[in-house]
Design a binder for this molecule. Structure first.
Ligand SMILES: C[S@@+](CC[C@H](N)C(=O)[O-])C[C@H]1O[C@@H](n2cnc3c(N)ncnc32)[C@H](O)[C@@H]1O
Length: 310
């Protein structure tokens, strides 16, 4: 059995609030480890950039591009740890900065307000609870209460967020929420040729396993299950075979409907070449790209090209 992101992450009724709080907190803890570990994602011989250094390099490039501008920072699926680092750096160089979070999980709002509202100022902090597939530029403008003409939009898609979505669909979200001079920050886990270990290593982090367990217990209570991860090949037009990391909970006793496996997460893991093809096919230009030393994570700045591919 498989469930959409909205079923897994969305809040809305009181019985789900503990679950959605818990998922948000676990994701926050994973990010905290990411930015505080000195050597995470360096090459095995200690060379190359760590995860934190790759993020810092991306922020430096962004800061040069955005110095003196009015920025509207729109975050898809907000998290406070990396966002705090990015927004506080941009605040120093921008003429002005306002923050707009978009999340299907209402549990994130209070924490984001505390961490990011404190940086940008309460009057520059806005939040939309809803599905980003249903939100467009005019919804954001209505939320902030004025036109975004003259303001540069920085849209973020961090934490392998786009790996959870069909590439065409997520690029259509990017296109709806940006204009040609705006930028999107993307962070993705890549699939290394001849070494799939980093994908399995991440999937088996105790914190990530607890996110999977949390989805299972939200949907099926305390039914005992065994966690697992497999790579499933999927074929995409003009890109070829892309591996999808699928996390599963296999029930020891089948459910009354006979089902015995819950797909608790799936995330596309592109190779570097496939990611370049995905950007091209969807009409986006890569402005900047940095990989961690172990080539397991990439940060990119991309922009919607003027050559719109439908
Ligand atoms: C994989 S997590 C990434 C979280 C965060 N960006 C990070 O860097 O850790 C996906 C996040 O996106 C949110 N989300 C998933 N699908 C969504 C949708 N369709 N609309 C709005 N938010 C969504 C979830 O609530 C969750 O916080």
């Amino acid at each position: 059995m498989s469930y959409s992101n909205s079923a897994k992450y969305a809040s809305g009724h009181s019985s789900s609030e503990t679950h959605t709080d818990e998922v948000f907190e676990r994701l926050q803890e994973i990010n905290y480890i990411g930015v505080t570990s000195k050597n995470l994602c360096r090459r095995a011989d200690g060379h190359g950039k760590s995860f934190r250094e790759s993020l810092d390099r991306t922020i430096e490039v962004l800061a040069v591009k955005l110095a003196g501008k009015d920025i509207t920072y729109i975050e898809l699926g907000p998290e406070p740890v990396k966002t705090y680092l990015i927004v506080s750096s941009l605040k120093k160089i921008a003429r002005s900065i306002r923050y707009v979070g978009i999340d299907i999980n209402a549990s994130s709002r209070v924490s984001m307000q505390r961490h990011i509202g404190g940086v940008v100022g309460e009057s520059n902090f806005y939040y939309l609870i809803g599905d980003y597939f249903n939100i467009n530029f005019s919804d954001v403008q209505s939320e902030v209460g004025f036109s975004l003409e003259g303001s540069t939009v920085i849209l973020t898609s961090l934490g392998s967020q786009e790996g959870n979505e069909h590439p065409e669909f997520i690029h259509s979200v990017y296109r709806r929420l940006t204009r040609p001079d705006d930028l999107i920050i993307s962070e993705l886990q890549l699939l290394k040729t001849l070494n799939h270990f980093p994908v399995f290593e991440f999937s088996h982090l105790p914190l990530w396993r607890s996110v999977s367990e949390s989805f299972r217990s939200r949907l099926f209570g305390e039914k005992s299950s065994e966690y697992g991860t497999v790579l499933v090949p999927l074929v995409f037009d003009k890109v070829g075979v892309v591996q999808c990391a699928v996390s599963t909970e296999r029930f020891f006793e089948p459910l009354p409907n006979g089902a015995d496996v819950l797909i608790s997460n799936f995330c596309l893991k592109y190779t570097s070449a496939q990611l370049a093809a995905i950007r091209h096919v969807n009409g986006f230009d890569i402005v900047f790209s940095v990989k961690t030393g172990d080539e397991a994570v990439v940060f990119q700045l991309i922009t919607p090209g003027t050559d719109v591919k439908q």
